[in-house]
Design a protein around this ligand. Structure first.
Ligand code: SF4
Ligand code: SF4
Length: 437
């Protein structure tokens, strides 16, 4: 194996991945009622094109794309629309959703399968990916077709597939690489074809040696990476794999790179080869708060409570329920929220798994500065934010913070650094004084 590389900064929180990494993916049937969010992707929610009482078939468009940064939404089941209303969501307080009573989950309306993607133009492949509603499945949920459509002045020469999965506890991507490498590889080839690039590779951390070995044996160019958080963030992955530094405020395309998650690549293969819209995903359900942690393939709209039940139900005290990983995930107040295309994990953590530190004053140890992967000074930005000195926070680069939580994790004084920095970001944007405002 090539010597593992990495990026500057970062930290190494306990992985806890052994709770679920050995559990093969279990396919769950659709629940009796699915709650399909119209805002599963970054950008504008899709616009409902069905009404209460309509019968829908699996794969039918129920929400139309509503702008450039937006995607269509499809029904994952055959059934009847019972309601369209705002409901609690895993990534925000609430959002619009189509509630469908399930009749069955077979057949339905899909696109024409394309067995030979190379007989279609790159533009046709990109359009299919858009029509199928494929978005980033690593967590950010950015519409995939937009990343495949860089402006003419940006030359892309490298595609990086993200198999890092650096968030503790999560193992969905690891299991996908082990159990369905063919779809992932086919999707990677389709993405490279759509971009017109020959150089493509997959970055995987060395805590997944079985996945590295398997993919290398299948002829894939694998870049082994040291275990470090947040290596799965695009800019850090680009630094670690190809040694290019994305400028502050810039995008991967500024250094000729497009990054796509392994789950996204598999979804692209399903959309192009099988004509299947993006309606299912793999979710890790784990933590000491569930009886049998594992990995489950569920259709979007499945309530988290069904996933918990599939993992044997709650066991003991649950101190915190989280959608996603413990570092960047969202704490939930209910398990009644639905799976979206971006749901990578559901964590039910017992009291002993939750780090409780009472906040003290900054002792100027510099640890937060050492670990910040984008070279910010979190202590100064946070202090400025605490005293509402937004201009200082802005000048120290608050808007470039990606809220990875690494600084808060290492701070011995338990400073709520990310909380303060996010406050500063909101205030700077509201003032209209930031570059991104
Ligand atoms: S949360 Fe922001 S400031 Fe803290 S380490 Fe991550 S990028 Fe740096
Ligand atoms: S890690 Fe915490 S205590 Fe140390 S400099 Fe940063 S904010 Fe201050």
């Amino acid at each position: 194996m090539t010597k593992p590389s990495t990026f500057r900064g970062g930290t190494h929180p306990p992985g806890h991945k052994d709770l679920s990494s050995g559990s093969p993916i279990v396919r769950l049937p659709a629940p009796e009622v699915v709650t399909v969010p119209l805002c599963q992707h970054l950008g504008a929610p899709s616009k409902p094109v069905v009404t209460k009482g309509d019968r829908v078939v699996r794969g039918q468009e129920i929400g139309a794309q509503n702008g450039f940064i937006s995607l269509p939404t499809h029904s994952p089941v055959n059934g009847t629309v019972k309601d369209i209303k705002d409901l609690p969501m895993p990534h925000r307080r609430s959002g619009p959703a189509v509630v469908i009573e399930t009749e069955s989950e077979d057949g339905g309306c899909v696109f024409e399968p394309w067995s030979d993607h190379a007989s279609h133009s790159p533009a046709e492949i990109i359009d299919r990916i858009k029509q199928a509603g494929v978005c980033g499945m690593g967590g950010a949920s950015f519409p995939t077709y937009v990343k495949l459509s860089p402006p003419p002045d940006k030359t892309i020469d490298t595609l990086i597939i993200n198999g890092v999965e650096c968030e503790p506890y999560l193992t969905a991507d690891h299991r996908l690489m082990l159990e369905n490498p063919s779809d992932m590889i086919l999707g990677m080839e389709m993405l490279a074809y759509a971009l017109g690039v020959e150089r493509c590779m997959i970055g995987i951390e060395v805590n997944k040696p079985d996945a590295i070995e398997l993919l290398e044996s299948m002829g894939v160019s694998v870049v082994p990476l040291k275990v470090s958080y947040p290596q799965g963030a695009e800019k850090q992955l680009i630094d670690a794999t190809v040694g290019r530094e994305v400028p502050a405020g810039g995008l991967p395309m500024d250094v000729g790179v497009v990054v796509q998650n392994v789950g996204t690549a598999a979804a692209v293969a399903c959309a192009v080869r099988d004509g299947m819209p993006s309606m299912r995903r793999i979710v890790t359900v784990t933590g000491l708060g569930v009886a049998s942690p594992g990995n489950f393939e569920a259709c979007v709209g499945t309530p988290f409570s069904d996933l918990i039940e599939a993992a044997g139900g709650y066991s003991g005290d649950v101190e915190r329920l989280i959608s996603g990983g413990p570092m960047m995930g969202m704490a939930l107040f209910t398990d009644g929220v639905p799976v979206t295309k971006g749901t990578s994990g559901v964590l039910a953590l017992e009291p002993g798994e939750v780090r409780e530190v009472s906040e003290g004053p900054c002792i100027r140890c510099g640890k937060c500065v050492d670990v910040c992967p984008i070279r910010l000074t979190p202590s100064i930005i946070a202090t400025a934010a605490e005293y509402e000195r937004w201009t200082i926070a802005r000048d120290f680069g608050a808007l470039n913070c990606m809220a990875c939580g690494t600084c808060s994790y290492v701070c011995p004084s338990g400073r709520y650094l990310v909380h303060y920095i996010k406050r500063a970001q909101d205030a700077i944007r509201a003032m209209g004084t930031g570059k991104e405002a």
